[in-house]
Design a protein around this ligand. Structure first.
Ligand code: GLU
Length: 457
């Protein structure tokens, strides 16, 4: 693996069992930005050893969502295509006596935990399975029990029943110096009764084979790291670097889950959010950096510093996303939105875009103003009738230009007793049918003289 030694390799490893949400996107983005910052590469690895729950449509969806965010993986891997490699690692560990069969049922394990708790001891697996005699094993087999397999953590010298404090340390890219004591941990189950692997071993095998230099993931995985470092070493490999970022919660503090459909990347895309608004928020939230709308992925690479991620959970608030989105939309030029406007039947040209963009939360909302310009039902209050009649009378003749609005309203101010809101609001409601919106001057030009006259009558 010497060819990997100097360049950064990271991976984003979702299980394709659902749509990814903004919290998963955060993990993907942090990996992506880290790779780009260090001139490294990014692997999208599908953790699909759970064949029953993994679905191709979810894998496709994850690829599509990453692309939408601006992440183009340098390499795509699937665990389901790598069972041979896991089998080899399994055989190696078994041959070295580092993977041992256990037959306890969940109920038996629960009873053991309770007994330990009663004696004030931590719930660490007691390794009794190492004491099984050939008769015990024959008995289990005859009862039709199947073994699950545990990894023998290196927390003892010669006698596995005499465990000792065994520190594993790593310098976490986010959390700094980390130390765990293997003696406080149970030997982890790597293979289930049905012969399938839990994620723990395949992940390590992949990280070794794919030359992953940095495992960057959510801090819900911190507790796996000590075990996984021990497995790297047992397989004769050097452990990679680790970074565990804080997790996002909903605004009310709940953890995000794949079931929270509204925060899925797919839903946000369908809801017409700008990818960079989502990427900016997902990246900068929960850091000591200001959360800002960053216009391009390049700029985000420059802004991003993994060590600025804070330790506590960060709240994801849709209101904040709306704000960032609006800010980005207000800065977009016509060329970059033309096709999108066309798709929603609202391509009113550059003048239209420039007139309305400052009032939009989403690009596609331009269709609202497009409709108002083309065909609004005027709203004229009883008390404004006379004033509107005067407005119709004083509407300047063509040709119109940028000064037309000022000419018109100056004349109205002079010949009516109105000014300010009392003057503008009736015009706004008559022209657009609503009491809020973009500046009326540019709108007037877009509506045109004929339509304006019609709306004032
Ligand atoms: N499939 C795991 C997850 O989605 C990957 C964890 C890791 O990055 O090691 O949580």
């Amino acid at each position: 693996m010497t060819d990997h030694k100097n360049s950064t390799v990271v991976r984003f490893a979702p299980s394709p069992t659902g749509n990814i949400h903004i919290g998963n996107a955060r993990t993907a983005l942090i990996n992506w930005l880290y790779a780009r910052k260090h001139g490294g590469s990014f692997i999208l690895r599908f953790d699909d050893t759970d064949v029953a729950r993994s679905k191709q449509e979810y894998a496709d969806g994850i690829e599509r969502d990453l692309q939408w965010l601006g992440i183009n993986p340098d390499r795509i891997e699937r665990q389901s295509a790598r069972f041979d490699a896991y089998e080899r690692a399994t055989e190696q560990l078994k041959a070295e006596g580092l993977l041992y069969p256990c037959y306890e049922t969940p109920e038996e394990l629960e009873r053991q935990r309770k007994q330990l708790a009663m004696r004030g001891l931590p719930p660490v697996y007691n390794r009794v399975a190492l004491k099984y005699t050939p008769e015990d094993l024959a008995q289990f087999e005859s009862e039709g029990r199947r073994a699950h397999w545990r990894f023998l953590l290196p927390k003892h010298d010669d006698d596995p029943f005499v465990t000792k404090r065994t520190e594993i340390t790593w310098q976490d890219l986010v959390r700094g110096d980390q130390t765990v004591d293997l003696a406080s941990m149970s030997d982890p189950i790597l293979i289930r009764e049905d012969g399938t692997w839990l994620y723990t071993l395949p992940s390590v095998v992949d990280d070794i084979d794919m030359g992953v230099t940095h495992v960057i993931r959510g801090d819900d995985h911190v507790t796996n790291t000590g075990t996984q470092i021990a497995i790297f070493r047992a397989l004769g490999a050097e452990a990679p670097g680790f970074g565990h970022h804080n997790l996002l919660t909903t605004a009310s503090g709940e953890g995000l889950s794949k079931r929270l459909g509204s925060l899925s990347i797919m839903a946000l895309a369908e809801d017409h959010y700008e990818p960079m608004a989502v990427a900016s928020l997902a990246t900068l939230i929960g850091t000591s950096d200001a959360v800002e709308a960053v216009g391009t992925m390049h700029q985000l690479v420059d802004r991003f510093d993994i060590s600025r991620i804070t330790k506590s959970a960060a709240k994801f608030d849709v209101a904040e996303l709306d704000q960032l989105n609006a800010r980005l939309v207000h800065a977009l030029d016509y060329a970059s939105v033309k096709a999108r406007l066309k798709r929603v039947g609202a391509d009113g040209g550059e003048a239209f875009w420039e007139a309305v963009k400052g009032n939009l939360a989403k690009v596609e909302d331009a269709s609202f103003w497009y409709a108002k310009i083309k065909d609004a039902a005027p709203v004229i209050e009883e008390e404004d009738r006379e004033f509107i009649a005067l407005a119709q009378e004083l509407l300047p003749g063509e040709p119109w230009d940028e000064t037309t609005w000022l000419q018109w309203t100056s004349a109205l101010k002079k010949q009516s007793d109105r000014k300010g809101k009392g003057l503008f609001m009736p015009l706004r409601k008559a022209l657009t049918g609503v009491d809020h919106g973009p500046e009326l001057g540019p709108l007037l030009l877009l509506i045109g003289r004929e339509n304006t006259l019609a709306r004032l009558s």
